[in-house]
Design a binder for this molecule. Structure first.
Ligand SMILES: *Cc1c(COP(=O)(O)O)cnc(C)c1O
Length: 498
């Protein structure tokens, strides 16, 4: 009996150890780690060093995009250099290059270097940042960074907030909080009313849908000539709805920098309306919020401190690599109530700090803190502030120059760092012309801009937010635009520029 048991254990030990040996590749020894990391480091250095001259902002996908990513080898080949060649060709070789200063499309991204090192720290130690009990230090770091953001925008000490994957999840988290704060149940949804302009980011529509509120009443408030919310019409709409006896004004969503044109809604005046009506006030500042660091933009953003909830995107305005958004809620109790949970297997997890898992949809999550903390500590916030100031000035510089060009439709002076314009050369179909201009720039690739539809008109937009965008990229963008229009029409729009 005993010996059979012993034999069985012996066999189990042999099998266990055989598996351990076969899986040893999961723990590469120090020399192999050094080889891999130096190869990746060399690749990154070359990428960064060639940024200005070689790497275009956009490269049309070539025929090389045939790589079979589903081919997973049974044995690793260890040839890191060959793998990096594949990566260079198949990933870094086509499409939009968000790391380039020539990226002036959509909302440009960042990718500051210390954040990559912060990610390395987070990945190697793999600290559990979802729950304070598991990693008090990780959660304290992130909560400290949230505190910094709350102070930046003027939110009170009662604020809670967390770092999420981006603005979309942050908006969802805020909207769910607003829903529960108003005590809205499924049966109330069709009577609840959301107020925003048509310029609000489409992730808000998705968030309402995820929040079970697809049937909510949407009031699209008209915008003024600068595409900012008409506060008089907002007030009127809320008054009408409240008087109807059927509807419950629930949520105002203002944009602190629309993705479309960078327009900032009149945040302070909207706060008055929200306060008078007792309606939740949410501000989506995913694009524009960090311009609070810039003294020249603070006046434009006045009133941001009066929101009930606020979204910021550090992977936009703080130049972090993708994967970091932030949500702030002015009253932490409201936020906790909306995201509370109870699970027996979490019974050990109690701590003084609020944990990300208590105030967001996430449990296990990327430890996002180090990418921001290391960058702030190594670089200092002054450089971020100066870069954001530079972006505002570059947009104004582009706007000023374009306003001297012939046959242009220009939206007014940009609120922040996006310039929207279109060429209206007489004798040419404007939509077609601007579409062709965009195509010419894409074919060239050194500068990448995008387009939008403003009141049915195909409109070009130049968005400045990359920390690598400087005067030379704006000059090049304008030169390419002028050349493209000249090539297409025989008229050089910049001729009258002084
Ligand atoms: C980018 C953006 C979003 C969405 O954020 P993601 O980080 O892309 O998920 C939401 N609102 C505004 C105003 C944005 O610019």
């Amino acid at each position: 009996m005993e010996s059979q048991f012993e034999q069985e254990l012996e066999q189990l030990r042999r099998d266990i150890n055989a598996c351990a040996e076969l899986s040893a590749g999961l723990e590469p020894p120090a020399p192999r780690r050094a080889k891999w990391s130096s190869a990746v480091n060399d690749y990154c250095e070359q990428f960064l060093e060639s940024m200005d001259d070689v790497a275009p902002a956009y490269r049309l996908p070539g025929s090389s995009t045939q790589h079979d990513w589903s081919a997973v080898p049974e044995e690793g080949n260890g040839d890191i250099d060959a793998l990096l060649k594949t990566y260079a060709a198949e990933v870094d070789g086509s499409g939009l290059n968000p790391a380039s200063g020539g990226h002036l499309a959509y909302i440009p991204g960042g990718g500051i270097y210390p954040s990559a090192l912060g990610d390395m720290l987070a990945a190697i130690g793999n600290r559990y940042a979802g729950v304070a009990y598991a990693s008090p230090g990780a959660v304290a770091m992130e909560n400290g960074l949230i505190r910094w953001m709350a102070d930046l925008v003027g939110f009170p000490a009662t604020t809670a907030g967390t770092l999420l994957s981006g603005g979309s999840l942050a908006n969802l988290t805020a909207i769910v909080t607003a829903r529960d704060a108003a005590g809205l149940k499924a049966r109330d949804v069709e009577h609840a009313v959301v107020y925003s302009t048509a310029e609000v980011h489409h992730c808000v529509d998705k968030a309402l849908q995820y929040a079970g509120m697809a049937e909510v009443q949407r009031r699209i408030i008209p915008v003024d000539g600068q595409r900012r919310m008409r506060v008089d019409l907002l007030r009127e709409a809320i008054r009408e709805d409240a008087a109807s006896g059927q509807l419950k004004p629930w949520l105002i969503i203002a944009s602190a920098g629309t993705t479309n044109t960078g327009a900032v809604d009149p945040l302070d005046a909207i706060a008055d309306v929200a306060a008078d009506a007792g309606v939740w006030y949410h501000i989506d500042a995913a694009y524009g919020g960090f311009f609070m660091l810039s003294p020249q933009a603070r006046e434009r953003l006045r009133g941001i401190e009066r929101a009930d909830s606020l979204v910021l995107d550090p992977h936009k305005g703080l130049f972090l690599p993708y994967g970091t958004g932030a949500v702030l809620v002015r009253d932490r109790e409201t936020m906790l109530r909306a995201h509370r949970y109870n699970a027996h297997y979490m019974q050990d997890a109690s701590a003084d700090e609020i944990s990300p898992a208590e105030i967001s949809p996430e449990l296990t999550r990327h430890f996002r803190g180090p990418r921001l903390w290391l960058a702030f500590q190594l670089i200092g916030v002054a450089a971020f502030r100066a870069s954001l100031e530079e972006k505002l000035l570059l947009a104004r510089y582009a706007y000023r120059r374009l306003s001297r060009w012939r046959h242009m439709d220009l939206l007014g002076e940009p609120d922040l760092s996006i310039v929207a314009f279109r060429f209206v050369t007489p004798g040419f179909d404007a939509d077609e012309l601007n579409r062709s201009v965009l195509e010419q720039l894409r074919n060239d690739g050194r500068i990448f801009i995008s387009s939008t539809n403003l009141d049915g008109c195909f409109t070009l937009r130049l968005a400045v937010l990359s920390f690598r965008t400087h005067e030379s990229q704006i000059n090049l963008a304008l030169e390419l635009l002028n050349d493209a229009v000249y090539a297409l029409t025989g008229h050089a729009p910049a001729e009258t520029e002084v």
